[in-house]
Design a protein around this ligand. Structure first.
Ligand SMILES: Cc1cc2nc3c(=O)[nH]c(=O)nc-3n(C[C@H](O)[C@H](O)[C@H](O)COP(=O)(O)O)c2cc1C
Length: 243
């Protein structure tokens, strides 16, 4: 048995019991918004998502982690579909917008950023995905692949892949309702988004590798997020699989 640590304490102390549910009184006036935006940033409009024709069965059978990519750009059309499929809006009901991936309490704490190394019509840089506008917002200019690879424990695929998605969470969006139990849900939410991405990539003939090994603070610095209110938690390198 390994020694007890902070993770074990967390697991014990965030269980719901019949005599103690973890959560907060819902103060609707202080409900955090579910969209982040960079209103001053240069934008790239994404395209209407064209639907790949394949079966779910094929996609499930073919998906695997791909770490070796061809040196070939991802077209904007493919990027548009990947972003929509991972976390885009599918329906509006009673004033709420719902997305392709489920989210605890429909609070949507996950934000999507990306390092664009080689995507047609998109200059290299770090971008934020504006879900509501289906557009990219430029956070930083320039090819950041090498820097991201170093921050991902020297995993060179982040430099070689034409695209690396970077998911962050805004903790308060979920803690507003679930308090400390939110930390269980945030990571589940991100897993759903990442799996959508992985399956959509296969449907387009692309491959991806999910990556959680990173120097968290270095990735946060690259994005310009503080690590306290918002922190990077997951990455996915995406590209054309090398045969
Ligand atoms: C939470 C999580 C973190 C992962 N982190 C890394 C990583 O940092 N580097 C890497 O090469 N693969 C990473 N992977 C990919 C796994 O190694 C891979 O999914 C596993 O070996 C199963 O292989 P498959 O995806 O090809 O089915 C990660 C997967 C998950 C789900």
């Amino acid at each position: 048995m390994t020694e007890d640590g902070v993770g074990d304490t967390f697991q014990r102390e965030t269980v719901h019991r019949r005599d103690r549910l973890i959560g907060r009184y819902l103060d609707w006036d202080r409900k955090p918004g579910t969209y982040k935006s960079y209103p001053e940033s240069p934008r790239v409009a994404l395209l209407e998502a064209e639907r790949p024709s394949t079966t779910l069965d094929h996609v499930l059978r073919v998906r695997r982690s791909v770490r070796d990519f061809e040196r070939r750009a991802i077209p904007l059309q493919e990027l548009s579909y990947l972003l929509w499929a991972s976390t885009g809006i599918t329906r509006r009901e009673r004033g709420y917008e719902f997305r392709t991936a489920p989210s605890a309490g429909a609070l949507y704490p996950v934000e999507t950023y990306m390092a664009v190394n080689d995507v047609t019509e998109v200059p290299p840089g770090i971008y934020h995905y504006s879900i509501r506008d289906h557009a990219l917002e430029q956070v930083r200019r320039g090819r950041m692949g090498e820097e991201l690879a170093r921050a991902a424990l020297d995993q060179g695929m982040c430099a070689r892949a034409p695209l690396v998605l970077i998911w962050t969470v805004l903790f308060e969006r979920s803690k507003w309702k679930y308090d400390q139990r939110a930390y269980r849900y945030l990571y589940l939410d991100a897993g759903h988004v990442a799996q959508n991405l992985a399956l959509a990539a296969v449907a387009l003939g692309l491959g991806s590798c999910q990556i959680a090994a990173m120097y968290d603070e270095e990735v946060n610095e690259l994005l310009g997020v503080d690590g306290a209110e918002e922190s990077a938690i997951y990455l996915s390198a995406v590209g054309w699989p090398r045969a």
